[in-house]
Design a protein around this ligand. Structure first.
Ligand code: PLP
Length: 459
């Protein structure tokens, strides 16, 4: 592509994206495509001869866009809603153009050092001390896998060399994210050695049951290795009692990992900093700016107070990657599995600077307020119940009748194209989740979702 063509089509795409942002509601939030429709619409074999950008872009509009579910749509209120803020999109554009790859500090000093700078800013805003070392991965699933591998290294270094060791056990609440199960499986600890600890009536891990499970495992000769506490569980955003869990972990010499993938961002809001109470005793913490900090996918941060252990678990430097030692030149490849590292920190830097802590906190604070209002409306309604406390940006609600009615409400709303909701099970019952986090979502959108739920329930 010549620089002139690049300029021409680049301008065209910026125009397209600006219009997309101006009218995010132009498309139905959920794709109306049937499974396989895009595969059927595209040629089975790749083009033998070059095709023009005009044709490629026309097909993008005709085939790709209809096959998208629009995370940037303000009516996207399913799972944990997210959106890509403008400064982050522009930074991604630059990062792709620069194509910097920080396999080593010297192959891209800016990639490594901007990661250090932005993660220190974010750490301070979240109220964490300067003892935390941070690095970026694509997802929380990978960050948590690294944390559990570090915990395994601390408990049983023989795994790294021999691929075996004592029988390790890991603990998390029954509401922990499935990424923890996968990490335990991938780490070779075995899902049978993951103890799911029961929760209280507000879906928080019960420390007394944790203590009991650890004692039982010790009596059986297992070696308790790691506890995972969740700050902001996926189903209900409940917050595990980290101070009590941390005290137990310390008493038994275990690694404490905190999964704050969703709620960690909210800790930049001064009055929500309680979310991370007790986290200073943890060994690692994962948080996803790509969830609730308006950062385009993907950018997840793993912080650890024990980078030495992470390094011990992963450092392996072949001759062709050797470089002169300099304590200021950090080679992140020594702290994890990936060698190649793309310039993810650039988008975080753009976002942190463009909005500032106050701007980001104001967006999160407003969303929390709209959801508190919705929670109060649900509680006051005779036909609905609030199924969990709603301290953040998710309201779990349920029509008082039965699971089938609630399923019907959800399906009829999702068929409308205006709002996209998802569900979960809490206390064995089907629950509708209304989750916001998208910067385009306003109080009006939340109220509209509530109205649609009420309408659907009366049909
Ligand atoms: N942890 C929690 C609490 C989550 O809710 C999620 C995803 O929603 C994850 C981890 C996994 O995040 P990722 O998609 O970045 O792996």
């Amino acid at each position: 592509m010549t620089p002139d063509d690049f300029r021409r089509y680049g301008h065209q795409l910026v125009e397209w994206l600006a219009a997309y942002q101006e009218h995010p509601e132009r498309y139905p939030v959920l794709s109306r495509n049937a499974p396989g429709a895009l595969i059927d619409a595209l040629p089975a074999a790749g083009p033998q001869h070059p095709e023009s950008m005009d044709r490629i872009l026309a097909d993008f509009e005709a085939h790709i866009v209809p096959a998208l579910t629009h995370w940037n749509h303000p009516g996207f209120m399913a799972y944990f809603a997210t959106s890509a803020a403008g400064p982050g999109i522009l930074a991604e554009f630059l990062a792709a153009g620069l194509n910097a790859n920080a396999i080593l500090w010297k192959t891209a000093p800016a990639v490594t050092e901007l990661e250090q700078v932005t993660l220190a800013w974010l750490r301070d805003w979240m109220g964490l001390s300067e003892h935390w070392f941070g690095l970026i991965f694509d997802t929380a699933s990978i960050g948590s896998l690294h944390a559990i591998l570090a915990a395994r290294e601390a408990a049983a270094p023989s795994f790294r060399v021999e691929g075996s060791g004592p029988r390790l056990t890991v603990y998390c609440s029954e509401h922990a994210h499935s990424s923890i199960d996968k990490a335990v499986m991938a780490a070779g600890i075995g899902s049978a050695n993951l103890r799911k600890i029961g929760a209280d009536a507000e879906f928080r891990m019960r420390p007394d049951l944790l203590e009991k499970a650890i004692k039982e495992d010790l009596a059986r000769g297992a070696k308790p290795c790691c506890v995972v506490a969740t700050v902001g569980t996926t189903s209900s955003t409940s917050v595990d009692p980290v101070p009590a869990i941390g005290a137990i972990a310390r008493r038994h010499g275990m690694w404490l990992h905190v999964d704050a993938a969703y709620a960690g961002s909210a800790a930049i809001v001064p009055e929500l900093q309680w979310l991370l109470d007790g986290v200073e005793q943890a060994d690692s913490l994962v948080t996803n700016p790509h969830k609730w900090l308006f950062t385009p996918l993907d950018l997840s941060v793993l912080y650890t107070r024990r980078p030495d252990v992470l390094r011990q678990a992963f450092s392996l430097v072949p001759e062709y990657l050797r470089s002169r030692e300099n304590p200021r030149a950090v080679n992140f490849m020594e702290y994890g599995i990936p060698l190649g590292r793309r310039f993810r920190a650039l988008k975080l830097w753009f976002i942190l600077r463009y909005y500032g802590r106050d701007g980001l906190a104001a967006m999160i604070r407003a969303q929390v307020g709209w959801m508190a209002e919705l929670a109060a409306q649900v509680e006051a309604h005779p036909d609905f119940e609030l199924c969990a406390p709603a301290p953040l940006s998710v309201v779990c609600l349920r029509h008082r009748s039965d699971d089938e009615t609630n399923r019907h409400i959800l399906e009829s709303i999702n068929a409308g194209g205006e709002i996209f909701l998802s569900h979960t099970m809490l206390a064995g019952r089907y629950v509708i989740r209304v989750a916001i986090g998208n910067q385009n979502t306003t109080r009006d959108h939340v109220q509209r979702a509530w109205q649609l739920i009420l309408n659907a329930s009366s049909r």
